[in-house]
Design a protein around this ligand. Structure first.
Ligand SMILES: Cc1cc2nc3c(=O)[nH]c(=O)nc-3n(C[C@H](O)[C@H](O)[C@H](O)COP(=O)(O)O)c2cc1C
Length: 200
């Protein structure tokens, strides 16, 4: 099969790409609006993009009327956000925060979650999340209805049992993040791992 996602199959672009490019990590992004109300929403068009300097990117799509989603709107306002990672324990809570609540609703409270203050950005991090990345917006690239938001990672918080302070390594065997699979509603666990050593 050959598909033309800009022509004949344009209305399938999201479903096809989001079902093929899997599994994807999930950025559960917290931001603040002008009144200081916390907004949280998940985005799986997300990844780490580089380490020097440390950068991440995620991509909210605009709403059908062209308005930015609340997350993008808040970042345009104050240029700061926190990417909270999603493990099995917070999967359902994360899903609840994907509901389209009216602008200015505290989605974390609605999902029964709590926050902890960040160190260098104003949006708080999600206390129940296993790891959080405090980010400053480096820039936003608008491509049609996509807003690719690129952030500089200023601080990383990791739940204590997930990090070995002696080796400075993440204890990957204890870090049970979930992945986003096929559209519309599939996910995977990441417990099934194998090692493959690179050739020299
Ligand atoms: C696991 C998951 C991943 C999602 N990924 C994206 C994404 O990459 N881009 C996007 O625009 N919406 C994505 N959504 C939908 C948004 O989370 C949803 O539109 C949310 O209401 C936006 O919230 P906001 O308006 O508070 O920013 C995703 C939803 C879920 C459950």
């Amino acid at each position: 099969m050959e598909l033309n996602l800009e022509g004949e199959h344009a209305d399938r672009a999201y479903a096809v790409l989001a079902s093929l490019v899997i599994p994807r990590p999930i950025a559960w992004v917290t931001t603040l609006n002008a009144e200081g109300v916390v907004n949280a929403a998940p985005f799986s068009f997300f990844n780490v993009l580089g380490a020097n300097p440390p950068i991440v990117g995620f991509c909210p799509g605009d709403r059908e009327n062209g308005d930015p989603k609340d997350t993008a709107r808040n970042i345009r306002l104050n240029h700061q956000f926190v990417v909270n990672l999603v493990d099995e324990g917070v999967a359902e809570a994360m899903n609840k925060t994907a509901a389209s609540l009216p602008y200015g609703t505290d989605e974390l409270m609605a999902a029964g979650l709590s926050t902890l203050p960040s160190s260098v950005v104003t949006p708080p991090r999600i206390a129940e999340s296993p790891a959080s990345l405090e980010c400053l917006e480096w820039g936003t690239v608008q491509i049609g209805g996509n807003r690719l938001i690129i952030g500089l990672v200023k601080r990383v918080h990791i739940r204590e049992e997930l990090f070995d302070p002696k080796t400075l390594r993440v204890r990957s065997e204890a870090f049970h993040v979930i992945g986003r699979m096929a559209s519309p509603n599939w996910y995977c666990n990441t417990r099934d791992r194998f090692e493959m050593v690179r050739p020299h």
